[in-house]
Ligand binder design. Structure first.
Ligand SMILES: NC(=O)c1ccc[n+]([C@@H]2O[C@H](COP(=O)([O-])OP(=O)(O)OC[C@H]3O[C@@H](n4cnc5c(N)ncnc54)[C@H](O)[C@@H]3O)[C@@H](O)[C@H]2O)c1
Length: 352
């Protein structure tokens, strides 16, 4: 069966990652391309019928599902609209700008929730599967010290439109709210579940005129004694290396934050692992294959699902809140908080 899929949101990630993946997949027919911006529609129009409004496309009963590559401030309502018509959704993360704004998603009936796959794209990467095996097999030893340095969106004088777009996004919240969803999803996948606590956080603005701090970070405790130091930064004129590292008593893994090339250092030497093709292509392809399996009934449940998306959002928001308090304390760190996992069914309340 061919899956008839529409793409809503013809911006950066829609046109450069989702649309190519849809066009590469032989099991997909591109049923429509949606964006309110006529310039964005013009860029994509050669690849399928273009619409200004998703509602017009949803009148077409042959459409099975929609890929939402929209800003988080419109994504949650669109998820509710599309699942309400019986269609499947692959929704970009974050699924909302805040847990409060995500209330429409928490209220979705179970049958609608089961039709939502969340675009935590890089959890599909084979590099993470291999690293998880190494960790579980004790190749690195336990407990682990994890460092995640996520620096992106360089301020480039030659790309003023890009800078304007990222500054607008920053006005909706610190980088952890946008990048954290991915990173916390990887860490939960690798370390055996979500963190037990967020110990402290910090944030700062590298320029006074920015709408929110563009640098922030936190210290988290994970199962089996792991400690993670995470930091997120945007909009500086130069960027530090984007990298994650996992250090245990027996070994050290460096994971390149952009390519997911890995280096395993142990007493036996250094092993380097690269995967083909490039990270975005392989992850967007694997993600779409899983979505097509969901749409066509081959797969029973979405992966990652809405609970994963809401859990990642809740944790990102909690870290942002703690990081902001840390900034207001002028050098003092904010007190330890327990991660509630709210947004996941059966989650326990916050431990004081
Ligand atoms: N999975 C990933 O690796 C990844 C990478 C980058 C961005 N993202 C996420 O993808 C989303 C989009 O990011 P982007 O960088 O492409 O943003 P963008 O601003 O470049 O594009 C968003 C597009 O959505 C359109 N849009 C707005 N409202 C719409 C509506 N109601 N219906 C249809 N289209 C609408 C806008 O006109 C714009 O063209 C964000 O949530 C972002 O966090 C994910």
């Amino acid at each position: 069966m061919t899956a008839a899929l529409a793409l809503a949101g013809l911006g950066d990630i829609g046109l450069h990652a989702h649309l190519p993946a849809l066009l590469r997949n032989p099991a997909v027919r591109v049923a429509g391309l949606v964006d309110p911006d006529p310039d964005r529609r013009a860029l994509a129009a050669a690849n399928g019928p273009a619409y200004a409004d998703l509602a017009a496309l949803l009148d077409d009963r042959t459409v099975h599902g929609v890929v939402l590559a929209t800003p988080p401030w419109v994504t949650s309502e669109l998820i509710a609209t599309v699942t309400g018509t019986g269609r499947f959704v692959l929704a970009e993360k974050p699924v909302a700008t805040s847990t409060r704004a995500a209330s429409v998603l928490r209220d979705l009936p179970p049958a609608h929730r089961r039709r939502v796959q969340v675009g935590l794209t890089y959890r599909h990467d084979p590099a993470l599967e291999l690293l998880r095996e190494w960790i579980a097999d004790g190749v690195l030893g336990e407990p682990l010290l994890v460092r995640a340095h996520i620096h992106d969106e360089r301020r480039d004088a030659a790309l003023p439109e890009h800078t304007r777009r990222i500054e607008t996004t920053l006005a909706h919240g610190m980088p952890v709210l946008h990048e954290g969803a991915h990173v916390f999803d990887w860490l939960a996948f690798l370390l055996g579940g979500p963190p037990l606590s967020v110990e402290d956080g910090w944030s700062l603005r590298t320029r006074r005129d920015l709408a929110a701090p563009n640098q922030c970070g936190a210290r988290l405790r994970y199962p089996r004694g792991a400690v993670a130091l995470v930091e997120f930064g945007w909009l500086t004129g130069a960027l530090p290396r984007c990298e994650l590292s996992f250090l245990g008593d027996r070994g050290h893994v460096l994971l390149d934050g952009r390519t997911f090339a890995m280096e395993l250092h142990t007493a036996d030497g250094v092993e380097r692992v690269d995967f083909e093709p490039d990270r975005a292509t392989r992850c967007f392809d694997r993600q779409l294959t899983r979505f097509v399996e969901l749409v066509t009934g081959v797969r029973e449940a979405p992966e990652p699902d809405l609970d994963d998306g809401l859990g990642a959002l809740e944790l990102s928001e909690r870290v942002a809140g703690i990081a902001e308090e840390g900034a207001r304390g002028e050098g003092t760190v904010s007190p330890a908080r327990k991660y509630t996992g709210a947004g996941r069914p059966g989650a326990r309340g916050r431990t004081p």
